[in-house]
Ligand binder design. Structure first.
Ligand SMILES: Cc1cc2nc3c(=O)[nH]c(=O)nc-3n(C[C@H](O)[C@H](O)[C@H](O)COP(=O)(O)OP(=O)(O)OC[C@H]3O[C@@H](n4cnc5c(N)ncnc54)[C@H](O)[C@@H]3O)c2cc1C
Length: 238
């Protein structure tokens, strides 16, 4: 468990071959549950999970699963035993750096939506990209900040990286940002764009999490803040 509701799972390919992936992609797990009756056996329930680990040429990938109340897939994965095997499809998906490679980036995630951003961050650092990278990460409480020590460590070790956690239900002792990610996006976007109105930096924004948050951050960026379609990349979990 890497947060009260989040279990990290590490999978390794049985054939020992490296997993070919692009940072930000996801996999589909075929869970051996009873599926619709019209599916031929073995019926499987398909659930997608972002890959939390960066490309590193090894047979392993990491994912982080939020336990959803009454959710069959996440409950199964929270009970999965060490050594059990699963069929996995992918990696796939277009939530990758794309045209934002080599440009400043604002990464916005809530809950386990931080996982593909963790992959993007590690990957950019491994590639030696020194453009500014700001990770805005929203959860409820400090205990819910999965990977917090690691992400703070990356920021401490790399001057171009900033880690900005924000808590919607912070206790009094919390000295960091408060409230939803939506409240902090404009400030960080403007900061990354730079002081020059005439020649703002080409900042790309990567947003991942539940639909409501992703929708409202997209709306803010594309509307009030004037971001172009190309500058805004997003992944929705529901
Ligand atoms: C591209 C993609 C990547 C995804 N990556 C991840 C990931 O890295 N980690 C992860 O935990 N989930 C991820 N999800 C969500 C995941 O696929 C499942 O939807 C989730 O585990 C719930 O499945 P379930 O069978 O337990 O519940 P269901 O009964 O299928 O879903 C119940 C409801 O749970 C809500 N829900 C879905 N995901 C979450 C969540 N993360 N937190 C809170 N509520 C949620 C939705 O509103 C959904 O309608 C991803 C989804 C997509 C499409």
């Amino acid at each position: 468990m890497i947060a009260p509701q989040v279990r990290e799972l590490v999978f390794a390919r049985l054939d020992g071959a490296p997993v070919e992936l692009e940072a930000g992609q996801w996999v589909t797990l075929l869970l051996p549950l009873e599926g619709p009756a019209d599916l031929p056996p073995p019926a499987a329930m398909r659930r997608s999970y972002s890959i939390a680990s960066p490309p590193r040429g090894t047979p392993e990938i990491e994912i982080a699963v939020t336990l959803v109340e009454g959710g069959a897939g996440s409950t199964w994965l929270h009970r999965m035993e060490i050594g059990q095997t699963l069929l996995v499809q992918g990696p796939q998906g277009f939530f990758v750096r794309g045209k934002g490679v080599g440009k400043p980036a604002l990464l916005v995630g809530t809950g386990t939506g931080v996982t593909p951003l963790r992959s993007l961050l590690h990957d950019a650092i491994a590639r030696g990209d020194t453009n500014p990278l700001v990770l805005l990460f929203g959860v409820r409480t400090q205990a819910d900040l999965l990977y917090a020590a690691e992400l703070a460590g990356l920021a401490a070790a790399h001057p171009h990286v900033r880690f900005e956690p924000t808590l919607s239900r912070a206790d009094e002792a919390w000295t960091g940002r408060r409230g939803y990610v939506q409240h902090h996006v404009a400030e960080l976007w403007k900061e990354l764009r730079g002081a020059s109105e005439a020649e703002p930096a080409d900042v790309h924004v990567y947003i991942c999490g539940l639909n409501r948050m992703v929708g409202s951050v997209r709306e803010l960026l594309r509307g009030e803040l004037g971001a172009t379609r190309e500058q805004v990349h997003s992944e929705r979990y529901d």
